[in-house]
Design a protein around this ligand. Sequence first.
Ligand code: HEC
Ligand code: HEC
Ligand code: HEC
Ligand code: HEC
Ligand code: HEC
Ligand code: HEC
Ligand code: HEC
Ligand code: HEC
Ligand code: HEC
Ligand code: HEC
Ligand code: HEC
Ligand code: HEC
Length: 275
Amino acid sequence: MRKSQGWQVLVRGALVVAACLVLGAVTPVHAQATALQNSDCVKCHEAQPQQIEAKGMKHKTAVGCMDCHVGHPPKVSDIVPKCSMCHVGNPHFELPNCGQCHSNAHTPLELNLSGDLKAECITCHAPIGQQLTANPSAHNDVACNFCHADTHGMIPECVLCHKPHSQEMTQKDCASCHQAHKPLLVTYDDKMPSIHCAACHGTAYTQLTANQSKHQSLACVYCHQDKHKMVPLCSDCHGTPHAAGIHQRFPSCGECHNIAHDLNNWPAQAQPKGK
Ligand code: HEC
Ligand code: HEC
Ligand code: HEC
Ligand code: HEC
Ligand code: HEC
Ligand code: HEC
Ligand code: HEC
Ligand code: HEC
Ligand code: HEC
Ligand code: HEC
Ligand code: HEC
Ligand code: HEC
């Protein structure tokens, strides 16, 4: 392995020497001295080398001035490169006006994200575009940067634009029910405190907390699981506990037990007073 590499270097070295000899033979000495180098640009152009130095990012490290600017006036007149000279092959690079956001090629990640942007963002964030259209809501009717304003990657708090449903609720609770890109699909886990449901369901909350049955100590989401507006059947948890004849005659549990939040006829209550 080592040996063959050494051999290659030797051969390359020989080729370079040969090339120099040939060039030296045919190229006049003064033309060699005036060939433009990357290091020459700064002699006449101050701003661009400074910008590249400070914020050139990969345009500083992965390319040099002359990879982009091929030739120089007056010999070559149009030396401003098109981005597509190097960036092709994905939806982002099909956008019509790169300079709209990348306003200076020498500081390529200094972005100007003004105007309503959505199709442009989706060139890279396709799944989020799909999520928004699959779950129609008012959030689908505004631009991405209506929320993600000014700088790329900025994430706003919901409470910047909305009031919480109650005083008990703060920004950190929103995500336990909502996702920004499908805000009307309300889901939650089994740790959701009932007080957050009470923000909109005062009656259910008051009834349940006043009820003396064993339902009282159950959380709303113990019964209404996972997804908002899910309503369980009594028999999901209790089956049909009484004699078949009773269930046949009174098909609705509620005829004797009233409602789940305000149960009648639970065993403790059915017992004679004082016992
Ligand atoms: C000796 C001074 C000098 C050097 C060295 C020099 N330039 Fe220039 N450059 C100029 C002048 C003068 C102009 C304006 C020419 C014109 O507009 O006709 C110019 C114009 C340009 C332009 C604008 C062209 C356009 O079409 O608007 C670019 C780009 C450029 N230079 C890049 C470079 C790069 C890259 C280097 C180094 C490889 C370099 N220059 C080295 C003097 C220089
Ligand atoms: C990645 C490609 C790229 C590199 C690298 C690059 N430039 Fe440019 N340069 C451009 C583009 C594109 C423009 C046209 C204006 C713009 O988009 O900012 C430009 C414009 C210029 C101009 C003309 C500015 C004007 O106002 O007309 C000069 C001068 C220039 N570049 C010099 C340089 C020098 C010097 C370097 C190296 C230190 C350099 N550029 C590196 C792409 C590049
Ligand atoms: C001569 C080739 C060349 C040209 C022309 C060029 N780029 Fe690049 N650019 C590169 C290379 C190489 C990289 C680094 C590898 C990559 O990310 O693809 C790069 C990286 C970038 C980056 C990411 C920078 C980073 O540090 O992550 C942006 C943004 C960018 N280019 C925008 C542009 C825009 C806008 C234009 C047109 C104004 C342009 N480029 C023109 C070669 C070029
Ligand atoms: C609507 C604004 C916008 C437009 C228009 C735009 N870009 Fe971008 N571009 C961005 C954003 C935002 C990023 C992500 C920057 C980051 O990761 O910090 C980016 C990143 C890049 C990158 C680096 C990441 C990568 O995928 O390699 C390159 C290269 C790039 N753009 C090139 C282009 C080119 C070429 C065009 C024109 C065909 C263009 N951009 C048009 C906003 C834009
Ligand atoms: C060139 C591709 C590209 C474009 C265009 C682009 N992004 Fe991004 N974006 C990325 C990458 C890469 C990341 C970082 C990786 C990730 O978290 O997905 C990112 C991350 C983000 C983040 C999350 C930051 C975090 O902390 O998790 C937000 C928000 C974002 N982009 C919004 C936007 C918006 C809004 C637009 C349109 C103005 C946009 N992006 C355009 C590539 C892009
Ligand atoms: C930059 C402002 C902004 C931010 C941030 C924001 N929203 Fe909205 N939201 C709106 C606007 C505008 C509407 C439509 C008008 C309205 O209902 O106020 C809306 C509507 C909604 C709707 C009703 C949707 C419909 O179609 O009726 C819900 C639910 C919602 N937002 C939840 C949230 C949640 C949760 C967050 C945080 C993850 C959030 N919003 C972040 C601006 C915002
Ligand atoms: C109504 C405000 C709003 C709109 C409109 C919006 N977002 Fe978001 N986005 C948020 C919030 C808030 C978060 C934080 C996560 C959450 O609460 O679900 C977020 C998270 C993100 C993230 C990082 C987390 C993730 O899900 O990957 C990206 C990337 C993102 N948004 C891109 C976009 C893009 C692209 C668009 C437009 C197609 C867009 N957003 C539209 C408010 C919004
Ligand atoms: C316990 C779950 C839950 C929590 C926590 C929650 N929401 Fe909601 N939110 C809902 C439900 C349920 C709706 C009504 C959906 C419907 O009408 O079908 C709703 C509706 C909304 C709406 C639409 C307008 C309205 O008031 O009906 C906005 C805006 C909203 N929520 C914002 C927020 C914000 C901001 C937070 C965090 C401070 C938050 N939500 C926390 C469950 C919750
Ligand atoms: C932002 C207000 C809001 C919050 C918070 C909220 N809901 Fe609702 N809920 C509503 C609205 C509005 C309806 C529809 C009422 C109607 O159709 O009469 C509803 C309906 C319901 C229904 C009845 C569905 C039906 O078919 O009759 C159940 C069950 C329900 N919510 C449970 C909950 C639970 C459990 C929580 C807490 C995890 C909760 N809700 C939090 C606003 C809210
Ligand atoms: C033991 C299970 C259980 C618990 C705990 C429970 N529910 Fe219910 N809920 C039900 C059942 C079952 C129904 C259907 C009506 C009936 O048969 O009682 C219902 C109906 C509802 C309805 C629609 C009808 C109405 O009364 O408006 C809402 C809203 C509701 N529940 C909200 C809540 C909230 C909020 C809590 C917590 C404070 C809660 N539930 C706790 C089982 C429960
Ligand atoms: C998600 C499950 C669930 C649903 C749905 C449910 N319950 Fe219960 N129920 C319970 C649990 C848990 C207990 C307490 C059992 C224990 O501790 O022994 C209970 C207890 C009871 C008791 C005895 C109360 C006591 O204090 O001894 C009655 C009666 C009852 N349920 C009736 C109903 C009726 C009627 C419905 C429908 C309107 C219903 N339940 C819906 C879970 C549920
Ligand atoms: C005809 C009236 C009646 C109907 C209909 C009825 N129950 Fe009951 N149930 C009672 C009475 C009375 C008690 C309390 C005495 C007892 O323990 O038997 C009771 C007790 C219960 C208990 C508590 C049992 C225990 O041992 O802790 C549960 C659970 C229950 N019922 C569930 C249901 C369900 C579910 C339905 C509907 C499928 C239903 N009941 C229908 C009258 C009824």
